[in-house]
Design a protein around this ligand. Structure first.
Ligand code: MN
Length: 241
């Protein structure tokens, strides 16, 4: 059986020589490969007529981590810590997410990807958790702590995520300074940090529409995390395109 083709959204940045580059941390690619998927990187500068051609060939979409989403997309509060906004990436991902949600194309959102799904479907974000969520934990651990488990998440008992990973409590990494505020209509929460922040959501009634605020691609040594990626790939295998 051919591997399902998983499109992964990417960042723009500069290589060590200062040249404009498309990039994606390899952990995303590896996680998809290890779960049996065939990863394809999606550059953000695709015209509508182009991404629709690519979209039609994908069995699933992984919305990866990255910079902050522009405030205009969710009427967010300006904050000096809002950073790395990329209008081109926002535009592509919002269009892909709305399409994938509406058409039943399996998708997995990670970190920014979780926030993106919520915004795409009409939700809002805390633009800097520490100043806006009373009693917020520290969620913004530095990048060298990607494999360090820093806070628990309580999963909704009998929820879809708990069912997939086989437990209702996980320890996770945390590399975000923003978070979900008002959930989009029709989005269900599936997991919470101890400060009440929603850390995973589901688009119910969809073959596979899940998003998590942490970074499972760095935690594939956990059996529970491998089950999450496997469930995504299994759903993509079933996708009719
Ligand atoms: Mn967190």
């Amino acid at each position: 059986m051919p591997s399902p083709v998983i499109g992964i959204t990417t960042n723009y940045g500069k290589n060590p020589d200062g040249l404009p580059s498309v990039y994606l941390l390899r952990a995303y690619v590896r996680a998809i490969q290890e779960a049996g998927g065939l990863p394809i990187l999606l550059p953000s500068d695709l015209a509508d007529s182009e991404w629709e051609i690519v979209y039609a060939r994908l069995d699933g979409i992984l919305f990866s981590g990255g910079g902050d989403i522009a405030l205009e997309h969710f009427d967010g509060s300006p904050h000096p810590r809002v950073c790395e906004v990329d209008p081109m990436r926002d535009a592509l991902e919002l269009a892909l997410a709305r399409r994938a949600a509406g058409e039943g194309k399996p998708f997995l959102g990670i970190c920014r990807g979780c926030q993106l799904i919520n915004v795409a479907l009409g939700g809002t974000l805390f633009t800097h958790l520490y100043d806006q969520l009373p009693g917020a934990l520290d969620h913004a651990y530095p990048g060298n702590m990607r494999q360090v488990l820093v806070h628990p998440v309580q999963l909704k008992p009998d929820g879809r995520l708990a069912h997939i990973v086989g437990t209702d409590r996980l320890m996770v990494n945390s590399l975000h300074h923003q978070g979900l505020k008002d959930l989009a209509p029709g989005i269900l929460p599936l997991a919470w940090a101890p400060d009440g922040l929603v850390e995973a959501v589901e688009y119910p009634g969809h073959p596979f529409g899940l998003a998590v605020q942490w970074h499972p691609e760095w935690l594939t040594d956990q059996q529970e995390t491998r089950r999450l990626f496997k469930a995504f790939i299994d759903a993509a295998l079933e996708s009719p395109r």
